[in-house]
Structures are given as structure tokens and as C-alpha cells.
Design a binder for this molecule. Structure first.
Ligand code: HEC
Ligand code: HEC
Length: 306
């Protein structure tokens, strides 16, 4: 394989033995090699011309990441799934569901920023360290901080959006009110009213009437989150705390049918919804489940849906 930006492809070894045995086949192979070699050089030059203007940095706290260093880590750890061009078409991609992220569109699921906007460097940095539950995206918290921030800088070099747009303004998360029976009950009403159940199901098992019809922005089938499935340590793709949960339905999960509810829900209502969602995680030892148990059982009577 070639490396660097010398504009020269490595020599392709001549298939000497095969030439003697099957000349017809070899001629074709040699021709193809010549064609792909030219394409390769062309592509390499194009990338070399484009890359410098996209040269990226990333910043989190006092860490500064550089795309050039990130590239080395990427080729070692990420390329097999996300592909050499960052388009999610790595050699393992055909066997993976959901598919690896295509960085060329800069559409990200886990953001602290409003739907449709770019995530912050910190969002990406945390995603890389956390990994994505219910997917093949590993957690890379074994890498040192500098490697991870370099990787973030490199990921940003795949899309020109980072040159023309700024990350969105992070969504404010107000202080969490107390968990009460009333809060949980009201959250249950919102779950009905805002029709979360249509996808997530009345019990939050990811089996609502629309669930089987959903596809993501790449036309791949996608399942709504099953709240009841996990154990005590169950997590979301985009985090695990109540603050993360609040942010998830305010920001939406971009690239999927999971919308943002920021325009239709008040902050205090949003916290009630968080408290209710926690009770759908029936295996979790949570404050919410304790309050529910203490109050003697079920809160939200399922309203008849279709
Ligand atoms: C085994 C395959 C695999 C490897 C290796 C892998 N990823 Fe991923 N990655 C995925 C998949 C699959 C997704 C999409 C998960 C989803 O949509 O739920 C993903 C998603 C992501 C996202 C998207 C976050 C978002 O908010 O949408 C980032 C960033 C990312 N990977 C970075 C990396 C980095 C950096 C590396 C290397 C250190 C890496 N990945 C290695 C499979 C992989
Ligand atoms: C149109 C269908 C649809 C509706 C309506 C919907 N969701 Fe979702 N939701 C999804 C899908 C699909 C996913 C899975 C996204 C993924 O795995 O990438 C999801 C994921 C989630 C997640 C987990 C995200 C993560 O980080 O893993 C939460 C929490 C959630 N939804 C809450 C809600 C709430 C609360 C409502 C109502 C206010 C709601 N959803 C309405 C389709 C929907």
C-alpha cells in the first residue's frame, strides 16, 4: 500500500509465473493493475491537494488534537470499519449492523448541540471513549487522551462542513428537580401525548406500532431503543446519566427517525419525562423505581393507541 503524499504508487509485482501459464488472464490482470494504479495515483494526488486546506484541530480542555497524528491512529484502529475514506465503508462494514458512521456527511448521533448542527469536539471525544451500546462501535478509553483528541481532529477532516459551519450552541440542562410520584406520573402522560410509544412501545420495549417500519438516513432498518432490555448498568448510546437522557430527546438522534423534541417540550416537563423513562428500565436500581415501588406500583395507565 502507498503511504504519504509522494504521488507515487508502489510497484505492483509482475505475476511472472502466471504469465507463462495463462497469458490471456495475465494480460487482463496487468491491464487492470495499470488502470487501478493510475486511479490510485490520481486519487492520492486529489487527496493531497485537498487535505491541507482541511487540516483540522480539535480542542477539549487543555488538550489539542492534530489530524496528522490522528491519521496514524485511525489507520491502526478505525479503518477496518470506518474505511480509508471515512465514509463508513471499511472492509468489515458488510457484516455490521448498524453500519459504521460515514464521517463525510458529519451527521452524528450523540451531540450536546441542537438537531442538524455539528457536535462539539468534546461530544466526539466522549463518544470515542464511551463506545456505542447495542452496536459494534468499541469503547476506546484504553487509548491515551492525546490519541483520542488527535482522532477527533482527523475525523473532522473527512467533511468540509467543519470548514463552513460551527458546532451548535450546547443545549442547556437545568438542575434536576426531585424525583416524585407526581413527576413520574406526569412524565408518563407526556410519553403518551408526545407519542414516544408509537416507536418505543407502551412498555418501552422498542416494539411500538411504527417500530418495524423505521429506517435510518442510509435506508438501513433501525430499531427503537428497548428500555426494558438492559440490566442495572444499562446505558444509552449517548450516555448513561439523567442529564444525558434529558439531552438525548432534546437533541434527537440525528441520522435516525428519533426526533428532537426541543421545540415541543418545556424544561420542567422534560425532567418529568426523564423520571418516567427510568421506570421503563425495570431491571435498574434507580431512585425512580424506588419511588414507584414506594407508591405501590404502576403510574401511567396505557391510553388506547393504534
Ligand atoms: C468494529 C467496528 C468499528 C471500529 C473498529 C470503530 N468503529 Fe466507530 N463506529 C462503529 C459503528 C458500527 C458505529 C455506528 C454506531 C451506531 O450508529 O449506533 C460507529 C460510530 C462512530 C462514531 C459516531 C459517533 C456519533 O455520534 O454518531 C465515531 C465518532 C466513531 N465511531 C469513531 C471511531 C474511532 C475514532 C475509531 C477508532 C479508534 C472507531 N470508531 C473504530 C464501528 C466501529
Ligand atoms: C419515529 C420513531 C420514534 C419516536 C416517535 C421516538 N423515538 Fe426514541 N428512538 C427511536 C429510534 C429509532 C431510536 C434508536 C436510535 C439509534 O439506536 O441510533 C431511538 C432511541 C431513543 C433513545 C436512546 C438513544 C441512545 O442514546 O441510545 C431514547 C432515550 C429515546 N429514543 C427516547 C424517546 C422519547 C422520550 C421519545 C418521545 C418524547 C421518543 N424517543 C420518540 C425512534 C423514535
Amino acid at each position: 500500500m502507498r503511504s504519504g503524499c509522494s504521488g507515487k504508487a508502489d510497484e505492483v509485482a509482475a505475476p511472472v509465473v502466471a504469465e507463462r501459464l495463462v497469458p490471456e488472464f495475465t494480460r487482463r490482470v496487468t491491464f487492470m493493475n495499470a488502470v487501478s494504479k493510475r486511479l490510485f495515483v490520481g486519487l492520492g494526488l486529489a487527496v493531497c491537494l485537498v487535505l491541507p486546506s482541511w487540516a483540522q484541530e480539535a480542542r477539549v480542555g487543555n488538550l489539542t488534537g492534530h489530524a496528522a497524528n490522528g491519521k496514524k491512529q485511525y489507520r491502526r484502529y478505525c479503518i477496518g470499519c470506518h474505511g480509508p475514506l471515512g465514509d463508513g465503508d471499511g472492509e468489515n462494514a458488510p457484516w455490521i449492523d448498524p453500519k459504521p458512521r460515514d464521517f463525510t456527511t458529519a451527521t452524528f448521533k450523540c451531540r450536546s448541540t441542537p438537531t442538524g448542527t455539528l457536535p462539539t469536539d468534546q461530544d466526539l471525544y466522549k463518544s470515542v471513549g464511551r463506545g456505542f451500546s447495542n452496536s459494534n462501535m468499541p469503547h476506546w478509553d484504553a487509548l491515551i487522551d492525546q490519541d483520542r483528541i488527535d482522532l477527533v481532529a482527523y475525523i473532522k477532516s473527512f467533511s468540509p462542513r467543519w470548514q463552513s459551519e460551527k458546532p451548535g450552541q450546547p443545549i442547556a440542562v437545568p438542575a434536576e428537580p426531585a424525583v416524585t410520584k407526581e413527576s413520574i406520573t406526569h412524565g408518563g402522560e407526556l410519553f403518551q401525548k408526545m407519542e414516544c410509544w408509537k416507536c418505543h412501545g407502551q412498555q418501552g420495549r422498542g416494539d411500538g406500532p411504527s417500530a418495524s417500519t423505521l429506517t435510518d438516513s442510509k435506508d438501513q432498518p433501525i430499531r427503537p431503543y428497548n428500555f426494558a432490555d438492559g440490566a442495572d448498568d444499562s446505558r444509552f448510546k449517548c450516555g448513561e446519566t439523567n442529564q444525558d437522557l434529558y439531552r438525548i430527546f432534546m437533541a434527537g438522534v440525528d441520522g435516525t427517525p428519533m426526533p428532537s423534541f426541543a421545540d415541543v417540550i418545556q424544561p420542567s416537563d422534560a425532567w418529568d419525562l426523564v423520571h418516567f423513562l427510568r421506570t421503563l428500565q425495570t431491571n435498574r436500581h434507580s431512585k425512580e423505581n424506588n419511588v414507584l415501588k414506594g407508591s405501590g406500583g404502576k403510574v401511567a395507565p396505557p391510553t388506547p393507541g393504534n
